[in-house]
Design a protein around this ligand. Structure first.
Ligand code: NAD
Length: 541
């Protein structure tokens, strides 16, 4: 008998292991890394719960050691993509009708498996395949993914409790259906947690999905898929189809049963998706929900009252951790001339201590950028700055792809606030600084607020409460995640719901209730206990 209101307690965030020397976790992770980099996995598509091999192969390599092949994966073609859509549609009815506590239990179990049995596997896969150091992998593929899964379960149970008013004559209820049709999850390379969550959040609400992972994170993403299966995810609920973006888009985004797209990636790709959907709207059975978290050009704005050491540290960590390949990475800074010499000295001093190299050497803070395309694109920005009279490269600037795709942490000083690297997303370890005259504070604040087509994250530094308050107002639309005296990266699920507006996305706040609302379709129900038996109203008499 199904007869209780089940409760999911508000979770606490997963504790983070430090991987400091001498800890058992460091030893375990080191062993896992050695074991996994020796193997070459064969990764199939997973459609309707079955392994599908196409024979059309792609490779997963270590970006910091590009000759080492971690896996060969089967690329889905049009036939397999269509098969994946059919499998999602076929699994739909049973999945959405499964009592919600069972749906939720699958994802809570997946979180527990990641927290324990598969923590090192998933961290090692993320380190090797996406070139993250141990700590960056831990906060992504372990802690953030676990948090997404547990908090989604909690938030969904909170949503299900939300009910409208009723009166004695009738009872009103709202139920939270899944969307009709199927959802497409198109995921980025840079966070294993995001890849997992773009699938898990629609799925926990009762939707079924077709998942296109990024070609450069198929390796870790495959382990996530396997963990979902081991946790009990029924066949066809999530269908894993590594494929070419354009081929996937042509079939999936023009499909009449497409209910929504859950995307994280670059702004231009999301705009292309939006256009395709718009062109196809007459052929679509629904108004597909478009949820996209996209690019950023995230700022740090300092007032002359800033604590210089805290500011310099935030610039280093915000700009160079994970090689600046976080959508939230600090990539433009506005620093007053009065404190710049001190900030510059601290930046130079810190960068000189940063080691760049392989993920297996734990003394390296910075590892490789994801692939040759990223390397060439980042290098071209640095070369532009070296050649330009409007900019000067004051720190780093070296690029070397002989063994892996290494780019030194780089600082550019722009002489104009609208120099190219102050406006465009580079997605690499490159920070551009604009030094402003202290007297131009208000004007520069307005430039920071309005000059950029993105609005994802931003940070301000000041020790003067009046100025903090003034900057907070002036920058109100400049960032969806706003930090005071802190770096603009490192949002934690349940603590800082994440997302931005303008060219940075639809701001549907991953890791919060707001995101889950996009994957449900409410049905209002009214039951009248004593229905009227006459059409004659009193006013007619
Ligand atoms: P990307 O846009 O290159 O790729 C994202 C996904 O889209 C990949 O799976 C890719 O294969 C797919 N894709 C590419 N072209 C496609 C097409 N025409 N049709 C369908 N799918 C297509 O992004 P990326 O390099 O993986 O990730 C980096 C980008 O993601 C940066 O711009 C970064 O700012 C952004 N990002 C944003 C957030 C956020 O929360 N706002 C978080 C992480 C990353």
């Amino acid at each position: 008998m199904h007869n209780a209101f089940f409760e999911i307690r508000k979770p606490v965030n997963e504790p983070i292991f430090t991987y400091a020397k001498g800890t058992p976790q460091r030893e375990e992770l080191t062993r896992k890394l050695a074991e996994m980099k020796k193997d070459t996995l064969e990764i199939p598509c997973i459609i309707g719960g079955k392994e599908i091999k196409t024979g059309n192969m792609g490779q997963c390599v270590e970006p910091h050691n590009k000759s080492n092949i971690l896996a060969n994966y089967h690329i889905a073609g049009p036939g397999e993509i269509k098969m994946a859509i059919d499998a999602a549609l076929c699994a739909k009815r049973e999945w959405e009708n499964m009592p919600w506590e069972h749906r939720v239990a699958i994802f809570l179990k997946a979180a527990q498996l990641i927290s324990t049995k598969y923590r090192m596997t998933l961290n090692a896969a993320t380190m090797l395949g996406q070139s993250k150091n141990a700590y960056q992998a831990e906060i992504d593929s372990a802690c953030e993914l676990i948090d997404f899964l547990r908090f989604n379960a909690y938030f969904l149970s909170e949503i299900y409790k939300e009910q409208p008013l009723s009166v004695p004559e009738h009872w009103n209820r709202v139920e939270y259906r899944a969307l009709e049709g199927f959802v497409a999850a198109v995921t980025p390379f840079n966070f294993t947690a995001i890849a997992g969550n773009l699938n898990a959040s629609p799925a926990i609400c009762g939707n079924t999905l077709v998942w296109k992972p990024s070609s450069t994170s198929v390796y870790s993403n495959y382990f996530v898929m396997r963990i979902f299966q081991e946790a009990g995810l029924p066949a066809g609920v999530i269908n894993f189809v590594p494929s070419k973006g354009v081929e996937f888009g042509e079939i999936v985004f023009r499909h009449p049963e497409l209910a929504g797209i859950h995307f994280t990636g670059s702004t231009q790709v999301f705009k292309t998706m939006w256009k395709t959907l718009g062109e196809n709207i007459e052929n679509s059975k629904y108004y597909p929900r478009l949820v996209g978290e996209t690019g950023g050009k995230d700022f740090v704005f300092a007032h002359k009252s800033a604590d210089v050491t805290a500011l310099a540290t935030a610039l280093i960590c915000g700009s160079f951790e994970y090689q600046g390949q976080k959508c939230s990475a600090a990539s433009r800074a506005y620093i007053p001339r009065s404190i710049w010499p001190e900030v510059e000295a601290k930046l130079k001093d810190s960068v000189a201590k940063i080691k760049v190299g392989d993920v297996s050497d734990f003394t390296n803070l910075v590892n490789a950028v994801i692939d040759a395309n990223a390397f060439n694109s980042i290098k071209s920005y640095i070369e532009h700055a070296k050649a330009s009279s409007d900019a000067e490269v004051i720190i780093g600037g070296g690029c070397n792809d002989s063994k892996g795709y290494f780019v030194e942490p780089t600082v550019i000083v722009a002489k104009k606030h609208d120099y190219k690297t102050m406006l465009e997303e580079i997605f690499g370890p490159v920070l551009t600084v604009f030094v402003y005259d202290d007297k131009d504070y208000e004007e520069t604040l307005a430039i920071c607020a309005g000059s950029c087509s993105y609005a994802l994250t931003g940070a301000i530094f000041s020790q003067d409460r009046n100025e903090i308050s003034r900057m907070e107002r002036a920058l109100v639309d400049a960032a969806g995640n706003f930090y005071i005296n802190d770096k603009p990266t490192g949002a934690v699920v349940g603590q800082q719901p994440f997302g931005g507006a303008r060219g940075s996305g639809t701001n549907d706040k991953a890791g919060s209730k707001l995101n889950l609302y996009r994957w449900i379709s409410a049905r209002s129900m009214k039951e009248t206990f004593n229905p009227p038996v006459s059409f004659e109203y009193p006013f007619m008499k």
